[in-house]
Design a protein around this ligand. Structure first.
Ligand code: SAM
Ligand code: DTB
Ligand code: SF4
Length: 342
């Protein structure tokens, strides 16, 4: 028997479907949150088996249980970023050993996208180490979107903060998703990033939503935050109206030369709990088991799939660090009887 009242862990109102783009105001949390912080903290406190059972039940109501979507990442502009995100190798404020580079040519991007498609990916995510793109970058970025889409891949970009007009131009080129993470709880945010505010992030999310681009928004676990902060991050995401179509949950990849390099690793059970809580509170979202999989055992990844993760970054590299290798992923998915899906 659970010690937590089942009534206590119900949301105040049914969570908004990810597809229902009802609100013209986009990403602002509503006045009465669908998921109060206390209800999310109560989910975290459930016995692990009860939590995973609920998450798996929720997963089966909305998705094929044995399918995982594959996205491949490419860093199209690496390093030299003016932001000071404490986890990131690409910040000019830190001393990570990294070769900075300019924006790639469209031809190189298309070659990488072709290789990703051949390996089985259905979405191609292009990431740039910018605080925000300059207007002169938008035309080449739009060409990349068009060319990758022509290959039959879904397109995703993550470029930092976007103005409303820039989001509209990328939408016009055919951009399907924009990745812009809230990363952590608003209270903990200032300990990780000082060069922008939480509201800056929310404003870009509104611009993306208003342009009709699907939102990919999640965070990082294992930065030294508390469980209350993890619950706070999930509350922020789940109370977006509508909540994101795609929710990447990253585990910190500690990188030498960054302020978070020596952070003690997060308990893997707590990581899996967070995936389960994301699944329960955002039932129709694709929950992506993102950075940190290389460092995870097969058993922890299997638990994350059981908890409702149904998307991964697939390919030997993330942005500046290595990912779980393709061959290992193929073998693990095969051992689990999980198929790749669109
Ligand atoms: N500059 C853009 C931005 O910040 O939105 C796009 C690129 S940024 C690298 C994309 C996301 O990668 C970050 O928001 C963060 O969640 C994740 N990330 C970066 N470094 C990471 C690390 N060392 N471990 C885990 N996740 C990381
Ligand atoms: C996201 O949430 N995780 C990805 C993607 N969106 C852009 C990035 C992970 C980066 C991991 C560290 C690195 O390779 O630099
Ligand atoms: Fe720049 Fe993005 Fe890295 Fe922050 S996470 S330093 S914004 S590239």
């Amino acid at each position: 028997m659970s010690t937590v009242s089942p009534i206590f862990v119900q949301p105040r109102a049914p969570a908004a479907p990810a597809s229902a783009s009802s609100s013209a105001t986009g990403a602002q949390p509503p006045a009465t949150p669908a998921w109060p912080q206390a209800a999310i903290e109560a989910l975290f406190k459930l016995p692990f088996n009860d939590l995973l059972f609920r998450a798996q039940q929720m997963h089966r109501e909305h998705f094929e249980p044995n399918r995982v979507q594959l996205s491949t990442l490419l860093s199209i502009k690496t390093g030299g970023c003016s932001e000071d995100c404490a986890y990131c190798s690409q910040s000019a404020h830190h001393d990570a050993e990294l070769k900075a580079s300019k924006l790639m040519d469209v031809g190189e991007v298309v070659a990488a996208a072709r290789a990703a498609r051949a390996a089985g990916a259905t979405r191609f995510c292009m990431g740039a180490a910018w605080r925000s793109p300059q207007q002169r970058h938008i035309a080449p970025l739009a060409s990349m979107v068009r060319a990758v889409k022509d290959l039959g891949l879904e397109t995703c970009m993550t470029l930092g903060m976007l103005e409303a007009g820039q989001a509209q131009e990328l939408k016009h080129a055919g951009l399907d998703y924009y990745n812009h993470n809230l990363d952590t709880d608003p209270e903990f945010y200032g300990q990780v990033i000082t060069t922008r505010t939480y509201d800056d992030r929310l404003q870009t999310l509104r611009h993306v939503r208003d342009a009709g681009i699907k939102v990919c928004c999640g965070g990082i676990l294992g930065m030294g935050e508390s469980r209350r902060h993890r619950a706070g991050l999930i509350a922020q995401l789940a109370n977006l109206d509508p909540y994101p179509e795609s929710v990447p949950i990253n585990q910190l990849v500690p990188i030498e030369g960054t302020p978070l390099a020596g952070t003690p690793p997060l308990d893997p059970i707590e990581f899996v709990r967070t995936i389960a809580v994301a699944r329960i509170t955002m039932p129709r979202a694709m929950v992506r088991l993102s950075a940190g999989r290389e460092q995870m055992s097969d058993a922890v990844q299997a638990l994350a799939y059981l908890a409702g993760a149904n998307s991964i970054f697939y390919g030997d590299r993330l942005l500046t660090t290595s990912n779980a290798q393709t061959q290992r992923d193929r073998e693990l998915l095969d051992r689990l009887g999980i198929q790749a899906s669109a």
